[in-house]
Design a binder for this molecule. Structure first.
Ligand SMILES: [Zn+2]
Length: 136
């Protein structure tokens, strides 16, 4: 048995089973296949390959996203355990640590993109990471 995706002249599509490709040709020529939606007997095979291809691409991407999210969560756990949360005072605290080297503990918190750019210009080690959970 072969399953074909068929389409009529008004672009309806439907699946149909045939015992072989010659059986399909025979039925089509004798006008025994008709569109279930509009009854048209002007039926053509439609190509299925592009659909299959895009489906497998989607799976590959979602797998990658999953790994990425996993790594981010790990990184987040590490930061939460080893660094001090300073909230929106991040830019100020980062400068304190950089200029007065007493504190050696890492910090994390929120900073605007302008603040981050300023810190980087001053040679302060800053990393921006997208936070997967909570509102930090
Ligand atoms: Zn139709």
């Amino acid at each position: 048995m072969i399953k074909y995706k068929l389409g009529c002249e008004c672009k309806h599509t439907f699946d149909s089973w045939f015992s072989s490709s010659s059986d399909y040709e025979k039925l089509r020529r004798s006008r025994h296949i008709s569109c279930p939606k509009c009854n048209s007997k002007n039926i053509k095979k439609s190509i299925m390959m592009p659909q299959l291809k895009s489906k497998s691409n989607k799976i590959a991407i979602s797998k990658k996203e999953k790994n990425f999210h996993k790594q981010l969560t790990k990184l987040q756990d590490f930061v939460e355990k080893n660094c001090e949360y300073v909230g929106d005072k991040f830019a100020q605290e980062a400068r304190n640590i950089h200029y007065d080297k007493k504190k050696s503990k890492g910090i994390y918190g929120q900073a605007t993109s302008e603040q981050t750019a300023e810190l980087m210009e001053e040679g302060i080690d800053v990393a921006t990471i997208p936070w997967p959970k909570k509102n930090n």
